[in-house]
Write a protein that binds this ligand. Sequence first.
Ligand code: FES
Length: 211
Amino acid sequence: MAETHATPEPTRRDFLYVATAAVGTVGALATLVPLFSQMEPDRATIAAGAPLEVDIGKIAPGQQIQVFWRSKPIFIINRTPAILKILQEPQLLDRLRDPDSQYHQQPPYAQNWHRSAKPEYAVLIGICTHLGCIPMFYPAPNPSTPAADWLGGYFCPCHGSKYDLAGRVFQGVPAPYNLPVPPYRYVNDHTLRIGENPPNVTYDLSSIEQL
Ligand code: FES
């Protein structure tokens, strides 16, 4: 029998999250972010917290897909060698608030310079750590768009927070923490299981600083 849960009163953060989801959706369309179908199980089961398997084999280099796990947007990026090079450059690291992921916003297998289990693929919870908007994906370096000296990353249109393509937040913006990383593991080279850690690792969202 399906479990039922009382719905808590919405908070300001919840309101902003819902209100700005439409903005995020428009942004996703603008940048042609594909919304991939989830392999299984069904939506109700996923919403209840079941792990979610995602085929990452068809994500083009430099592109992002978005899926939902526990009703949260999950960004998965296929990062090119050029992106990985930028993520290690001193002129970027000097502008980040927590370049070494000292705050607990990720599992131990993502506490590294690329914030992921494998450098090629980023897996991030797409919720801004300021007030809960959905940041927009701007992967290409650009001298002025969406911000000055843009090296590629995420821009939150609500109050201007910026993150790089590892979800690391910039200094001088309202968001206090890096984007959270969900638990996940590789089933094989092209299949991720989101919501499940690798063997012998304990991590869940209750241990992070802020979602
Ligand atoms: S919610 Fe993202 S900057 Fe305020």
